[in-house]
Structure formats: structure tokens, C-alpha cells
Design a protein around this ligand. Structure first.
Ligand code: SME
Length: 161
């Protein structure tokens, strides 16, 4: 199946999941499972959410699918995860071995995307995906993962976790 077709199929499924999920927690758990199961190169999929009121701010591992990671709490000045949350920008890394910010989760990881989740205009967390394949996150994937993160942000706005 062409990758564009698969992305369109899973985009439809994930959008339906956002409508049917009862809570944001249900949506995040269902979404990481769906993305991990259906997207062939998404080998680790997880959410990191900003801990409310924490000073200094810290990202805490939430729903995920894939191998357990040593990075369960990430300060905003560390990692690709910290870079995405502190800048409010999507970060795509085609070759993690060449990025000095990278915090290793699995020795097999070759590329990574981290997309911030916004609610009421502020970053509240992020969707992090690792791939065993180099440069897995082309612009089509970036657009799709941003759509997924947006669905979680919108759900948070109407139904807090
Ligand atoms: N690689 C991330 C850390 C999280 S693990 O990939 C699950 C980073 O550099 O921030």
C-alpha cells in the first residue's frame, strides 16, 4: 500500500477515535496503539505531558507503545523532547546520531519526530515518535503527526484529563 494511502486511512481512523473517545486519557492510549500498530516505521510512540505547576517545568512520560524508555522525566533544556516543548515547534531529526541534543531511548532508533500539543494556546505536552529507519518523517508524516497532536489538544480544551 502506498504510504500516502496508509496515512489517509489512519488519519480517518484517528479522527474517528478522537470523536468517540470518552476522555483525553482514552484518546491518548488509543492513539499511541493505533499509530504503533498501523504505521510501519513508527517503532516507539508516546506522549510526554508537562507536569502541572512543576518549577522548573518537566515533561513526564504518559501513554506509550514500544520498549520502556529510561527517560520518564525530561527537563525542558534536555533532549529533542525538551527542544520541541520549549520552542513550541515540531522537531524532525533525520539522523539522531548527528544531533547532540538526542537522548537515547533505544539503540535501534535512527530518526525521530516530536510535535508539541497545544491547548488554549499554550504547550501542554508533546507527541514523540521514534523510528528504526533513517529519515522516516517526511513532510507527509509531519503533517499527519501534527494532525494527531492537534486532536489531543482540542480534546483537552473540551474535556480535561
Ligand atoms: N529521544 C528523546 C527522548 C525520549 S525517547 O526517545 C522515548 C529526546 O531526545 O528527547
Amino acid at each position: 500500500m502506498p504510504v500516502a494511502t496508509r496515512i489517509e486511512e489512519v488519519r480517518t481512523e484517528v479522527t474517528a477515535l478522537a470523536e468517540s473517545a470518552r476522555t483525553v486519557e482514552d484518546l491518548m492510549h488509543g492513539m499511541v496503539k493505533l499509530l504503533h500498530d498501523r504505521m510501519l516505521k513508527y517503532n516507539w510512540v508516546g506522549f510526554y505531558m508537562l507536569e502541572p505547576e512543576a518549577q522548573p517545568p518537566v515533561l513526564v512520560l504518559g501513554a506509550f507503545e514500544g520498549a520502556m524508555t529510561p527517560h520518564t522525566r525530561i527537563p525542558l533544556n534536555q533532549g529533542i523532547c525538551g527542544a520541541a516543548a520549549s520552542s513550541g515547534q515540531t522537531v524532525v531529526v533525520d539522523d539522531v546520531a548527528k544531533d547532540p541534543r538526542y537522548l537515547a531511548c533505544s539503540l535501534e532508533t535512527r530518526s525521530e519526530i516530536v510535535v508539541p500539543v497545544f491547548a488554549h494556546g499554550a504547550v501542554v505536552g508533546e507527541l514523540d515518535i521514534d523510528s528504526h529507519f533513517p529519515a522516516a518523517f517526511t513532510p507527509e508524516h509531519q503533517d499527519f503527526v501534527q494532525h494527531c497532536a492537534m486532536l489531543v489538544g482540542k480534546k483537552l480544551e473540551i474535556a480535561p484529563a
